[in-house]
Write a protein that binds this ligand. Structure first.
Ligand code: N01
Length: 546
Protein backbone atom coordinates (compact mmCIF):
# COMPACT_ATOMS: atom_id res chain seq x y z
CA UNK A 1 0.00 0.00 0.00
CA UNK A 2 1.33 3.46 -0.86
CA UNK A 3 1.51 6.28 1.61
CA UNK A 4 -1.71 8.24 1.12
CA UNK A 5 -1.51 10.34 4.25
CA UNK A 6 -3.42 13.58 3.82
CA UNK A 7 -4.19 16.56 6.02
CA UNK A 8 -6.72 15.46 8.71
CA UNK A 9 -9.30 18.12 7.79
CA UNK A 10 -9.39 16.84 4.21
CA UNK A 11 -9.25 13.18 5.19
CA UNK A 12 -12.24 13.62 7.46
CA UNK A 13 -14.44 14.85 4.60
CA UNK A 14 -13.41 12.72 1.68
CA UNK A 15 -12.59 9.13 0.90
CA UNK A 16 -9.03 8.70 -0.30
CA UNK A 17 -7.72 6.04 -2.67
CA UNK A 18 -4.26 5.42 -3.94
CA UNK A 19 -5.65 5.58 -7.45
CA UNK A 20 -8.87 6.57 -9.14
CA UNK A 21 -9.62 5.24 -12.60
CA UNK A 22 -12.19 7.07 -14.71
CA UNK A 23 -14.08 4.57 -16.85
CA UNK A 24 -15.03 0.92 -16.42
CA UNK A 25 -14.48 -0.28 -19.98
CA UNK A 26 -11.77 -2.59 -21.32
CA UNK A 27 -9.01 -0.21 -20.18
CA UNK A 28 -10.45 0.62 -16.75
CA UNK A 29 -11.10 -3.04 -15.94
CA UNK A 30 -7.54 -4.09 -16.73
CA UNK A 31 -6.09 -1.02 -14.99
CA UNK A 32 -7.95 -1.96 -11.83
CA UNK A 33 -6.65 -5.52 -12.08
CA UNK A 34 -3.03 -4.35 -12.39
CA UNK A 35 -3.15 -1.70 -9.67
CA UNK A 36 -4.86 -4.00 -7.23
CA UNK A 37 -2.10 -6.55 -7.84
CA UNK A 38 0.35 -3.86 -6.71
CA UNK A 39 -1.53 -3.60 -3.42
CA UNK A 40 -3.08 -0.22 -4.13
CA UNK A 41 -6.52 0.90 -3.05
CA UNK A 42 -8.38 1.70 -6.27
CA UNK A 43 -11.81 2.99 -7.18
CA UNK A 44 -13.15 2.92 -10.73
CA UNK A 45 -15.89 5.42 -11.49
CA UNK A 46 -18.11 4.41 -14.39
CA UNK A 47 -20.94 6.54 -15.81
CA UNK A 48 -22.88 3.56 -17.14
CA UNK A 49 -25.13 1.23 -15.21
CA UNK A 50 -22.76 -1.67 -15.88
CA UNK A 51 -19.19 -2.41 -16.88
CA UNK A 52 -17.89 -2.63 -20.42
CA UNK A 53 -17.72 0.96 -21.70
CA UNK A 54 -18.16 0.79 -25.48
CA UNK A 55 -19.65 -2.67 -25.14
CA UNK A 56 -22.10 -1.54 -22.47
CA UNK A 57 -23.36 1.52 -24.35
CA UNK A 58 -23.35 0.48 -28.01
CA UNK A 59 -26.18 -2.06 -27.89
CA UNK A 60 -27.70 -1.00 -31.20
CA UNK A 61 -28.86 -3.76 -33.57
CA UNK A 62 -25.90 -5.30 -35.38
CA UNK A 63 -23.12 -3.96 -33.11
CA UNK A 64 -20.16 -6.33 -33.27
CA UNK A 65 -16.37 -6.58 -33.45
CA UNK A 66 -14.48 -5.83 -36.56
CA UNK A 67 -11.28 -7.33 -35.22
CA UNK A 68 -11.20 -11.11 -34.95
CA UNK A 69 -12.73 -11.96 -31.56
CA UNK A 70 -9.77 -14.03 -30.33
CA UNK A 71 -7.34 -11.20 -31.16
CA UNK A 72 -9.49 -8.80 -29.18
CA UNK A 73 -9.90 -10.52 -25.80
CA UNK A 74 -7.51 -9.81 -22.93
CA UNK A 75 -4.16 -11.58 -23.19
CA UNK A 76 -3.01 -11.17 -19.58
CA UNK A 77 -4.40 -14.46 -18.25
CA UNK A 78 -3.66 -17.85 -19.79
CA UNK A 79 -6.54 -19.38 -17.82
CA UNK A 80 -8.95 -16.83 -19.21
CA UNK A 81 -7.68 -17.45 -22.73
CA UNK A 82 -8.07 -21.19 -22.26
CA UNK A 83 -11.57 -21.03 -20.79
CA UNK A 84 -13.32 -18.42 -22.89
CA UNK A 85 -14.84 -19.59 -26.18
CA UNK A 86 -15.78 -16.95 -28.72
CA UNK A 87 -18.77 -18.13 -30.71
CA UNK A 88 -18.09 -16.16 -33.90
CA UNK A 89 -15.03 -14.82 -35.67
CA UNK A 90 -16.43 -11.31 -35.11
CA UNK A 91 -18.48 -11.46 -31.92
CA UNK A 92 -21.69 -9.49 -31.46
CA UNK A 93 -22.07 -6.87 -28.69
CA UNK A 94 -24.06 -9.02 -26.21
CA UNK A 95 -21.30 -11.64 -26.21
CA UNK A 96 -18.59 -9.05 -25.62
CA UNK A 97 -20.56 -7.46 -22.80
CA UNK A 98 -20.95 -10.94 -21.28
CA UNK A 99 -17.21 -11.54 -21.68
CA UNK A 100 -16.27 -8.32 -19.89
CA UNK A 101 -18.69 -9.11 -17.05
CA UNK A 102 -17.14 -12.57 -16.85
CA UNK A 103 -13.67 -11.02 -16.50
CA UNK A 104 -14.85 -8.61 -13.83
CA UNK A 105 -16.40 -11.43 -11.78
CA UNK A 106 -13.67 -13.96 -12.39
CA UNK A 107 -11.03 -11.58 -11.01
CA UNK A 108 -13.31 -10.20 -8.30
CA UNK A 109 -13.05 -6.66 -9.65
CA UNK A 110 -16.68 -5.57 -9.30
CA UNK A 111 -16.37 -4.46 -5.66
CA UNK A 112 -14.06 -1.61 -6.71
CA UNK A 113 -16.15 -0.43 -9.66
CA UNK A 114 -18.75 2.17 -8.85
CA UNK A 115 -21.33 2.44 -11.65
CA UNK A 116 -23.79 5.31 -12.23
CA UNK A 117 -20.92 7.60 -11.22
CA UNK A 118 -19.86 10.27 -13.69
CA UNK A 119 -16.73 12.18 -12.83
CA UNK A 120 -17.51 15.89 -13.25
CA UNK A 121 -14.17 17.38 -12.24
CA UNK A 122 -10.67 16.57 -11.08
CA UNK A 123 -8.33 19.18 -9.64
CA UNK A 124 -4.69 18.78 -8.66
CA UNK A 125 -3.95 19.92 -5.11
CA UNK A 126 -0.25 20.71 -4.94
CA UNK A 127 -0.25 21.13 -1.16
CA UNK A 128 -0.97 17.44 -0.59
CA UNK A 129 0.09 16.15 -4.01
CA UNK A 130 -3.25 14.62 -4.69
CA UNK A 131 -6.16 14.83 -7.07
CA UNK A 132 -9.52 16.01 -5.82
CA UNK A 133 -12.16 14.16 -7.81
CA UNK A 134 -15.82 15.22 -7.74
CA UNK A 135 -18.75 13.27 -9.18
CA UNK A 136 -21.89 14.65 -10.78
CA UNK A 137 -23.75 14.11 -7.52
CA UNK A 138 -21.27 16.30 -5.63
CA UNK A 139 -19.51 13.49 -3.74
CA UNK A 140 -15.78 14.02 -3.64
CA UNK A 141 -12.80 11.70 -3.40
CA UNK A 142 -9.04 12.05 -3.28
CA UNK A 143 -6.29 10.04 -4.86
CA UNK A 144 -2.57 10.10 -5.47
CA UNK A 145 -2.85 8.83 -9.05
CA UNK A 146 -5.59 9.71 -11.50
CA UNK A 147 -5.91 7.46 -14.52
CA UNK A 148 -8.30 8.22 -17.35
CA UNK A 149 -9.70 5.22 -19.22
CA UNK A 150 -12.45 7.20 -20.90
CA UNK A 151 -12.24 5.69 -24.38
CA UNK A 152 -11.70 7.45 -27.72
CA UNK A 153 -15.31 7.08 -28.86
CA UNK A 154 -17.49 7.75 -25.86
CA UNK A 155 -18.59 11.38 -26.25
CA UNK A 156 -21.57 10.86 -28.55
CA UNK A 157 -22.77 13.78 -30.66
CA UNK A 158 -26.12 14.67 -32.21
CA UNK A 159 -26.56 16.89 -35.24
CA UNK A 160 -27.42 20.49 -34.53
CA UNK A 161 -30.65 20.29 -36.55
CA UNK A 162 -33.39 22.75 -35.78
CA UNK A 163 -36.41 21.01 -34.25
CA UNK A 164 -34.48 17.92 -33.13
CA UNK A 165 -36.36 17.91 -29.83
CA UNK A 166 -39.79 18.28 -31.45
CA UNK A 167 -39.98 14.85 -33.09
CA UNK A 168 -43.04 12.98 -31.80
CA UNK A 169 -41.82 9.47 -32.59
CA UNK A 170 -38.96 7.64 -30.91
CA UNK A 171 -35.37 8.64 -31.61
CA UNK A 172 -32.06 7.26 -30.43
CA UNK A 173 -28.36 7.93 -30.78
CA UNK A 174 -26.80 4.52 -31.41
CA UNK A 175 -24.48 4.96 -28.40
CA UNK A 176 -27.49 5.57 -26.11
CA UNK A 177 -29.46 2.58 -27.37
CA UNK A 178 -32.18 1.46 -24.92
CA UNK A 179 -31.87 -1.84 -23.05
CA UNK A 180 -35.31 -3.06 -24.09
CA UNK A 181 -35.94 -4.55 -27.53
CA UNK A 182 -37.29 -2.16 -30.15
CA UNK A 183 -40.12 -3.39 -32.34
CA UNK A 184 -39.36 -2.30 -35.88
CA UNK A 185 -42.11 -4.23 -37.63
CA UNK A 186 -44.12 -2.05 -39.96
CA UNK A 187 -42.28 1.07 -38.75
CA UNK A 188 -41.06 3.91 -40.95
CA UNK A 189 -37.45 4.25 -39.88
CA UNK A 190 -34.77 6.85 -40.67
CA UNK A 191 -31.06 6.31 -40.14
CA UNK A 192 -28.81 9.37 -40.26
CA UNK A 193 -25.14 8.51 -40.70
CA UNK A 194 -23.29 5.87 -42.71
CA UNK A 195 -20.07 5.33 -40.75
CA UNK A 196 -19.14 1.95 -39.27
CA UNK A 197 -22.08 2.19 -36.86
CA UNK A 198 -24.68 3.28 -39.42
CA UNK A 199 -23.64 0.46 -41.75
CA UNK A 200 -24.08 -2.17 -39.01
CA UNK A 201 -27.49 -0.79 -38.05
CA UNK A 202 -28.77 -0.40 -41.61
CA UNK A 203 -27.89 -3.92 -42.77
CA UNK A 204 -29.36 -5.41 -39.58
CA UNK A 205 -32.70 -3.60 -39.40
CA UNK A 206 -33.44 -3.42 -43.13
CA UNK A 207 -35.26 -6.80 -43.16
CA UNK A 208 -37.22 -5.91 -40.00
CA UNK A 209 -38.71 -2.49 -40.79
CA UNK A 210 -41.74 -1.31 -42.76
CA UNK A 211 -39.59 1.19 -44.65
CA UNK A 212 -36.06 2.48 -44.26
CA UNK A 213 -34.69 5.83 -45.37
CA UNK A 214 -30.94 6.27 -45.08
CA UNK A 215 -29.58 9.81 -44.91
CA UNK A 216 -26.00 9.70 -46.15
CA UNK A 217 -23.80 12.80 -46.11
CA UNK A 218 -20.47 11.23 -47.06
CA UNK A 219 -20.28 7.83 -48.73
CA UNK A 220 -17.72 5.45 -47.22
CA UNK A 221 -15.67 2.63 -48.72
CA UNK A 222 -17.23 -0.42 -47.08
CA UNK A 223 -15.82 -3.92 -47.52
CA UNK A 224 -17.14 -7.38 -46.59
CA UNK A 225 -16.62 -8.66 -43.05
CA UNK A 226 -17.09 -12.36 -43.96
CA UNK A 227 -18.08 -13.32 -40.42
CA UNK A 228 -18.89 -16.90 -39.48
CA UNK A 229 -19.43 -19.13 -36.46
CA UNK A 230 -16.41 -20.81 -34.90
CA UNK A 231 -16.78 -24.56 -35.07
CA UNK A 232 -15.50 -26.77 -32.23
CA UNK A 233 -12.40 -28.10 -34.02
CA UNK A 234 -11.59 -24.59 -35.18
CA UNK A 235 -11.87 -23.34 -31.59
CA UNK A 236 -9.22 -25.82 -30.48
CA UNK A 237 -6.99 -24.85 -33.39
CA UNK A 238 -7.32 -21.14 -32.59
CA UNK A 239 -6.41 -21.74 -28.96
CA UNK A 240 -3.44 -23.92 -29.85
CA UNK A 241 -2.24 -21.06 -32.03
CA UNK A 242 -2.47 -18.37 -29.34
CA UNK A 243 1.29 -18.05 -28.62
CA UNK A 244 2.11 -17.57 -32.31
CA UNK A 245 -0.88 -15.28 -32.81
CA UNK A 246 -0.04 -12.98 -29.90
CA UNK A 247 3.54 -12.89 -31.10
CA UNK A 248 2.31 -11.73 -34.52
CA UNK A 249 0.00 -9.15 -32.92
CA UNK A 250 3.01 -7.64 -31.15
CA UNK A 251 4.76 -7.17 -34.49
CA UNK A 252 2.07 -5.71 -36.77
CA UNK A 253 1.61 -1.91 -36.84
CA UNK A 254 -1.96 -1.95 -35.52
CA UNK A 255 -1.77 -5.21 -33.56
CA UNK A 256 -4.07 -6.93 -36.04
CA UNK A 257 -3.45 -10.37 -37.50
CA UNK A 258 -3.12 -8.65 -40.87
CA UNK A 259 0.33 -7.42 -41.80
CA UNK A 260 1.16 -4.94 -44.57
CA UNK A 261 2.11 -6.47 -47.92
CA UNK A 262 5.74 -5.42 -48.47
CA UNK A 263 5.16 -5.08 -52.23
CA UNK A 264 4.28 -1.80 -53.94
CA UNK A 265 1.12 -1.59 -56.06
CA UNK A 266 3.10 -0.99 -59.25
CA UNK A 267 5.78 -3.58 -58.55
CA UNK A 268 3.48 -6.42 -59.65
CA UNK A 269 1.79 -7.10 -62.97
CA UNK A 270 -1.78 -5.85 -63.48
CA UNK A 271 -2.94 -9.50 -63.38
CA UNK A 272 -1.16 -10.19 -60.08
CA UNK A 273 -2.53 -6.96 -58.63
CA UNK A 274 -6.10 -7.77 -59.60
CA UNK A 275 -5.79 -11.33 -58.28
CA UNK A 276 -4.38 -10.04 -54.98
CA UNK A 277 -7.22 -7.57 -54.58
CA UNK A 278 -9.83 -10.20 -55.41
CA UNK A 279 -8.28 -12.41 -52.73
CA UNK A 280 -8.34 -9.58 -50.18
CA UNK A 281 -11.97 -8.75 -51.00
CA UNK A 282 -12.88 -12.36 -50.25
CA UNK A 283 -10.93 -12.48 -46.96
CA UNK A 284 -12.46 -11.75 -43.55
CA UNK A 285 -11.94 -8.60 -41.54
CA UNK A 286 -9.51 -5.78 -42.07
CA UNK A 287 -7.17 -7.77 -44.27
CA UNK A 288 -8.13 -5.56 -47.20
CA UNK A 289 -7.19 -2.40 -45.26
CA UNK A 290 -4.20 -3.61 -43.26
CA UNK A 291 -2.65 -6.26 -45.53
CA UNK A 292 -2.88 -4.39 -48.80
CA UNK A 293 0.14 -3.27 -50.83
CA UNK A 294 2.39 -1.08 -48.68
CA UNK A 295 1.70 2.15 -50.62
CA UNK A 296 -2.11 2.04 -50.84
CA UNK A 297 -2.51 4.39 -47.87
CA UNK A 298 0.36 6.70 -48.74
CA UNK A 299 0.57 6.98 -52.55
CA UNK A 300 -2.22 8.83 -54.35
CA UNK A 301 -1.95 6.81 -57.58
CA UNK A 302 -1.93 3.46 -55.79
CA UNK A 303 -4.81 4.57 -53.65
CA UNK A 304 -6.84 5.76 -56.65
CA UNK A 305 -6.34 2.44 -58.44
CA UNK A 306 -7.48 0.41 -55.48
CA UNK A 307 -10.41 2.77 -54.85
CA UNK A 308 -11.50 2.14 -58.45
CA UNK A 309 -11.38 -1.61 -57.77
CA UNK A 310 -13.71 -1.23 -54.77
CA UNK A 311 -15.97 1.18 -56.68
CA UNK A 312 -16.50 -1.53 -59.29
CA UNK A 313 -17.47 -3.99 -56.57
CA UNK A 314 -20.12 -1.51 -55.37
CA UNK A 315 -21.40 -1.11 -58.95
CA UNK A 316 -21.67 -4.89 -59.29
CA UNK A 317 -23.63 -5.21 -56.05
CA UNK A 318 -26.09 -2.31 -56.33
CA UNK A 319 -28.64 -2.73 -59.11
CA UNK A 320 -29.68 0.91 -59.62
CA UNK A 321 -26.68 2.69 -61.18
CA UNK A 322 -27.73 6.09 -59.78
CA UNK A 323 -27.85 4.67 -56.25
CA UNK A 324 -24.55 2.86 -56.80
CA UNK A 325 -22.84 6.11 -57.81
CA UNK A 326 -24.20 7.80 -54.68
CA UNK A 327 -22.70 5.02 -52.57
CA UNK A 328 -19.25 5.41 -54.12
CA UNK A 329 -17.11 7.97 -52.26
CA UNK A 330 -16.00 10.83 -54.49
CA UNK A 331 -14.12 13.05 -52.03
CA UNK A 332 -11.64 10.62 -50.46
CA UNK A 333 -9.75 7.47 -51.30
CA UNK A 334 -10.11 4.00 -49.82
CA UNK A 335 -8.82 3.61 -46.27
CA UNK A 336 -8.30 7.31 -45.61
CA UNK A 337 -11.33 7.15 -43.31
CA UNK A 338 -12.17 4.23 -41.06
CA UNK A 339 -13.35 1.37 -43.34
CA UNK A 340 -16.82 0.12 -42.29
CA UNK A 341 -17.07 -3.64 -42.47
CA UNK A 342 -20.31 -4.91 -43.91
CA UNK A 343 -22.44 -7.97 -44.39
CA UNK A 344 -24.88 -7.50 -47.25
CA UNK A 345 -24.87 -3.71 -46.77
CA UNK A 346 -24.89 -2.77 -50.45
CA UNK A 347 -27.61 -5.31 -51.26
CA UNK A 348 -29.90 -3.49 -48.78
CA UNK A 349 -30.24 -0.75 -51.40
CA UNK A 350 -31.74 -3.27 -53.86
CA UNK A 351 -34.74 -3.75 -51.55
CA UNK A 352 -37.94 -1.97 -52.62
CA UNK A 353 -38.66 -0.51 -49.18
CA UNK A 354 -35.19 1.08 -48.75
CA UNK A 355 -34.36 4.57 -49.98
CA UNK A 356 -31.01 6.37 -49.98
CA UNK A 357 -31.07 10.15 -49.55
CA UNK A 358 -27.77 11.84 -50.36
CA UNK A 359 -27.80 14.93 -48.18
CA UNK A 360 -25.10 16.62 -50.26
CA UNK A 361 -27.75 16.80 -53.01
CA UNK A 362 -30.80 17.46 -50.81
CA UNK A 363 -29.61 18.69 -47.40
CA UNK A 364 -31.56 18.07 -44.22
CA UNK A 365 -33.17 21.40 -43.25
CA UNK A 366 -34.73 20.40 -39.96
CA UNK A 367 -36.37 17.73 -37.87
CA UNK A 368 -40.12 18.17 -37.73
CA UNK A 369 -42.68 16.72 -35.27
CA UNK A 370 -43.41 14.05 -37.91
CA UNK A 371 -40.02 13.38 -39.39
CA UNK A 372 -37.32 15.08 -41.42
CA UNK A 373 -37.56 17.97 -43.88
CA UNK A 374 -34.97 18.05 -46.67
CA UNK A 375 -34.49 20.79 -49.25
CA UNK A 376 -36.69 18.95 -51.78
CA UNK A 377 -39.27 17.10 -49.68
CA UNK A 378 -40.42 16.10 -46.20
CA UNK A 379 -40.42 12.53 -44.84
CA UNK A 380 -42.60 11.09 -42.08
CA UNK A 381 -41.08 8.61 -39.63
CA UNK A 382 -41.95 6.57 -36.56
CA UNK A 383 -38.31 6.15 -35.51
CA UNK A 384 -35.19 8.24 -36.19
CA UNK A 385 -31.81 6.65 -35.51
CA UNK A 386 -28.84 8.97 -35.16
CA UNK A 387 -25.70 7.05 -36.12
CA UNK A 388 -23.89 10.36 -36.07
CA UNK A 389 -20.74 9.44 -34.21
CA UNK A 390 -18.58 11.00 -31.56
CA UNK A 391 -16.47 13.94 -30.51
CA UNK A 392 -13.59 11.53 -30.87
CA UNK A 393 -10.54 11.16 -28.63
CA UNK A 394 -10.71 14.68 -27.12
CA UNK A 395 -14.43 14.92 -26.39
CA UNK A 396 -14.48 12.58 -23.42
CA UNK A 397 -11.63 14.58 -21.81
CA UNK A 398 -13.36 17.90 -22.53
CA UNK A 399 -16.49 16.72 -20.77
CA UNK A 400 -14.57 16.49 -17.48
CA UNK A 401 -13.23 19.67 -15.87
CA UNK A 402 -9.63 18.54 -15.35
CA UNK A 403 -7.41 21.17 -13.69
CA UNK A 404 -3.70 20.78 -13.19
CA UNK A 405 -1.00 22.96 -11.62
CA UNK A 406 -2.21 26.54 -11.07
CA UNK A 407 -5.78 25.60 -12.03
CA UNK A 408 -5.01 25.34 -15.77
CA UNK A 409 -7.57 23.14 -17.47
CA UNK A 410 -6.60 20.28 -19.76
CA UNK A 411 -9.04 21.70 -22.28
CA UNK A 412 -7.08 24.99 -22.34
CA UNK A 413 -3.78 23.13 -22.50
CA UNK A 414 -5.02 21.21 -25.55
CA UNK A 415 -6.97 24.13 -27.09
CA UNK A 416 -4.98 24.20 -30.35
CA UNK A 417 -4.45 20.45 -30.39
CA UNK A 418 -3.28 17.81 -27.93
CA UNK A 419 0.12 18.27 -26.29
CA UNK A 420 1.30 15.09 -24.64
CA UNK A 421 4.29 13.05 -23.64
CA UNK A 422 3.97 9.50 -25.03
CA UNK A 423 0.24 10.14 -25.34
CA UNK A 424 0.16 9.19 -21.67
CA UNK A 425 0.63 12.47 -19.79
CA UNK A 426 0.74 16.22 -20.12
CA UNK A 427 3.04 18.85 -18.63
CA UNK A 428 1.34 20.67 -15.77
CA UNK A 429 -0.83 17.66 -14.91
CA UNK A 430 1.16 15.65 -12.36
CA UNK A 431 0.25 12.06 -11.51
CA UNK A 432 -2.29 11.96 -14.34
CA UNK A 433 -2.06 9.10 -16.85
CA UNK A 434 -4.20 9.02 -19.97
CA UNK A 435 -4.77 5.45 -21.13
CA UNK A 436 -5.79 5.54 -24.82
CA UNK A 437 -5.23 9.29 -24.79
CA UNK A 438 -4.44 11.44 -27.83
CA UNK A 439 -1.01 10.91 -29.46
CA UNK A 440 -1.11 7.34 -28.23
CA UNK A 441 -0.84 4.30 -30.51
CA UNK A 442 -4.05 2.89 -29.01
CA UNK A 443 -6.39 5.10 -30.98
CA UNK A 444 -5.26 3.40 -34.21
CA UNK A 445 -4.98 -0.13 -32.92
CA UNK A 446 -6.77 -3.37 -32.26
CA UNK A 447 -7.53 -1.55 -29.07
CA UNK A 448 -7.22 -4.15 -26.26
CA UNK A 449 -3.70 -4.98 -27.42
CA UNK A 450 -2.60 -1.35 -27.12
CA UNK A 451 -4.65 -0.88 -23.96
CA UNK A 452 -2.70 -3.69 -22.30
CA UNK A 453 0.56 -2.00 -23.27
CA UNK A 454 -0.66 1.38 -21.93
CA UNK A 455 -1.92 -0.12 -18.69
CA UNK A 456 1.22 -2.20 -18.13
CA UNK A 457 3.41 0.85 -18.70
CA UNK A 458 1.29 3.02 -16.38
CA UNK A 459 1.28 0.32 -13.70
CA UNK A 460 5.05 -0.09 -13.92
CA UNK A 461 5.43 3.66 -13.44
CA UNK A 462 3.16 3.62 -10.40
CA UNK A 463 5.13 0.69 -8.96
CA UNK A 464 8.43 2.47 -9.66
CA UNK A 465 7.44 5.70 -7.94
CA UNK A 466 6.04 3.77 -4.98
CA UNK A 467 9.25 1.78 -4.63
CA UNK A 468 11.39 4.94 -4.76
CA UNK A 469 9.37 7.01 -2.30
CA UNK A 470 8.31 9.36 -5.08
CA UNK A 471 4.93 11.05 -4.65
CA UNK A 472 4.83 13.23 -7.73
CA UNK A 473 5.66 12.73 -11.41
CA UNK A 474 5.14 15.07 -14.30
CA UNK A 475 6.11 15.29 -17.97
CA UNK A 476 8.69 17.98 -18.74
CA UNK A 477 7.47 20.68 -21.16
CA UNK A 478 10.43 20.01 -23.49
CA UNK A 479 9.71 16.30 -23.61
CA UNK A 480 6.07 17.04 -24.30
CA UNK A 481 6.95 19.43 -27.13
CA UNK A 482 9.38 16.92 -28.67
CA UNK A 483 6.88 14.05 -28.51
CA UNK A 484 4.07 16.18 -29.94
CA UNK A 485 6.35 17.22 -32.84
CA UNK A 486 7.35 13.58 -33.41
CA UNK A 487 3.68 12.54 -33.60
CA UNK A 488 2.92 15.32 -36.12
CA UNK A 489 5.91 14.31 -38.26
CA UNK A 490 4.94 10.64 -38.36
CA UNK A 491 1.49 11.51 -39.70
CA UNK A 492 2.73 14.00 -42.27
CA UNK A 493 2.98 11.61 -45.26
CA UNK A 494 -0.31 9.85 -44.72
CA UNK A 495 -3.28 10.42 -47.00
CA UNK A 496 -5.80 10.27 -44.14
CA UNK A 497 -4.51 13.60 -42.80
CA UNK A 498 -6.00 15.30 -45.88
CA UNK A 499 -9.50 13.98 -45.22
CA UNK A 500 -12.25 15.04 -42.80
CA UNK A 501 -13.30 12.33 -40.34
CA UNK A 502 -13.11 11.53 -36.65
CA UNK A 503 -9.57 10.26 -37.27
CA UNK A 504 -8.56 13.86 -37.98
CA UNK A 505 -10.76 15.27 -35.22
CA UNK A 506 -13.45 16.77 -37.47
CA UNK A 507 -17.00 16.85 -36.17
CA UNK A 508 -19.47 19.31 -37.66
CA UNK A 509 -21.74 18.89 -34.65
CA UNK A 510 -19.23 20.29 -32.16
CA UNK A 511 -18.06 23.89 -31.89
CA UNK A 512 -14.38 24.22 -32.77
CA UNK A 513 -13.93 20.77 -34.28
CA UNK A 514 -13.46 22.12 -37.79
CA UNK A 515 -9.66 22.01 -37.91
CA UNK A 516 -7.88 18.77 -38.78
CA UNK A 517 -5.58 17.56 -36.03
CA UNK A 518 -3.19 14.69 -35.56
CA UNK A 519 -4.75 12.63 -32.79
CA UNK A 520 -2.97 9.33 -33.20
CA UNK A 521 0.56 8.05 -33.09
CA UNK A 522 1.16 6.71 -36.61
CA UNK A 523 4.54 5.03 -36.11
CA UNK A 524 2.87 1.72 -35.31
CA UNK A 525 2.38 -0.08 -32.03
CA UNK A 526 5.78 -1.85 -31.97
CA UNK A 527 7.69 1.43 -32.37
CA UNK A 528 5.43 3.12 -29.82
CA UNK A 529 6.07 0.30 -27.35
CA UNK A 530 9.82 0.63 -27.88
CA UNK A 531 9.69 4.38 -27.20
CA UNK A 532 7.70 3.87 -24.01
CA UNK A 533 10.01 1.08 -22.84
CA UNK A 534 13.10 3.21 -23.53
CA UNK A 535 11.67 6.03 -21.40
CA UNK A 536 11.06 3.62 -18.53
CA UNK A 537 14.48 1.97 -18.90
CA UNK A 538 16.10 5.40 -18.63
CA UNK A 539 14.48 5.96 -15.24
CA UNK A 540 11.52 7.75 -16.81
CA UNK A 541 13.44 10.19 -18.95
CA UNK A 542 11.58 13.36 -19.86
CA UNK A 543 9.78 13.44 -16.55
CA UNK A 544 10.31 15.19 -13.24
CA UNK A 545 10.03 12.74 -10.37
CA UNK A 546 10.03 13.91 -6.79
O1 N01 B 1 -19.29 7.46 -36.40
P1 N01 B 1 -18.67 8.16 -37.71
P2 N01 B 1 -19.60 5.92 -36.20
N1 N01 B 1 -25.72 15.51 -40.77
O2 N01 B 1 -18.18 9.48 -37.24
C1 N01 B 1 -22.84 11.35 -40.22
C2 N01 B 1 -15.90 2.66 -34.25
N2 N01 B 1 -16.88 1.60 -34.49
O3 N01 B 1 -20.32 5.81 -34.89
O4 N01 B 1 -19.12 11.36 -42.79
C3 N01 B 1 -25.62 14.43 -41.54
O5 N01 B 1 -17.75 7.27 -38.41
C4 N01 B 1 -21.42 11.36 -40.73
O6 N01 B 1 -21.36 12.02 -41.98
P3 N01 B 1 -19.92 12.59 -42.48
C5 N01 B 1 -15.06 2.83 -35.49
O7 N01 B 1 -13.75 3.15 -35.14
C6 N01 B 1 -16.43 0.34 -34.36
O8 N01 B 1 -20.22 5.32 -37.37
O9 N01 B 1 -19.35 13.35 -41.30
N3 N01 B 1 -24.82 13.39 -41.28
C7 N01 B 1 -21.15 9.86 -40.77
O10 N01 B 1 -21.75 9.27 -41.87
C8 N01 B 1 -15.75 3.96 -36.17
O11 N01 B 1 -14.97 4.61 -37.13
C9 N01 B 1 -17.29 -0.70 -34.61
O12 N01 B 1 -20.24 13.44 -43.62
C10 N01 B 1 -24.10 13.47 -40.16
C11 N01 B 1 -21.86 9.39 -39.51
O13 N01 B 1 -22.86 10.35 -39.21
C12 N01 B 1 -16.12 4.82 -35.00
O14 N01 B 1 -16.57 3.88 -34.03
C13 N01 B 1 -18.60 -0.46 -34.99
C14 N01 B 1 -24.16 14.57 -39.29
C15 N01 B 1 -20.92 9.29 -38.34
O15 N01 B 1 -19.94 8.35 -38.64
C16 N01 B 1 -17.20 5.84 -35.24
O16 N01 B 1 -18.20 5.26 -36.07
C17 N01 B 1 -19.01 0.85 -35.10
C18 N01 B 1 -25.01 15.62 -39.64
N4 N01 B 1 -25.09 16.72 -38.87
C19 N01 B 1 -18.15 1.87 -34.84
N5 N01 B 1 -23.32 14.34 -38.26
C20 N01 B 1 -16.82 -2.08 -34.48
O17 N01 B 1 -17.15 -2.90 -35.27
C21 N01 B 1 -22.75 13.15 -38.48
N6 N01 B 1 -23.22 12.63 -39.62
C22 N01 B 1 -15.92 -2.44 -33.38
Amino acid sequence: MLDTTVAPSVAAKTTTFDAIVIGGGIAGIYQLYRLRALGLSVRVFETGGGVGGTWYWNRYPGARFDSESYTYGYAFSDDLLRDWNWSEHFAPQPETERYLNHVVDRFDLRRDIQCHSRVASAAWDESVRQWDVVLDDGKSYRCRFLITAVGPLSADTLPRFEGIGDFKGRSFHTYRWPHEAIDFSGKRVAVIGTGATGVQVIQTIAPLVGSLTVFQRTANWCTPLHNKKIAEEEQAKIKAGYPAMFDLLRRTPGCYIHDTDPRGTFEVTPEEREANWERLYAEPGFSIWMANFRDVLTDLKANALFSAFVANKIRQRVKDPVVAERLIPKNHGFGTRRVPQETGYYEVYNLPHVELVATVETPILQVTPNGIACSDQSYDFDIIIYATGFDAVLGSFDRIDIRGVGGVTLKEHWAVGPKTYLGMMSAGFPNLLTIVGPHNASTRCNIPRCIEQNVDWASDLVRYVGAHGITRFEAMPDAEAEWSRHVEELAAGMLYTQVDSWLTGINTNVEGRNVRRVLQYQGGAPQYRERCDAVAAAGYAGMVLG
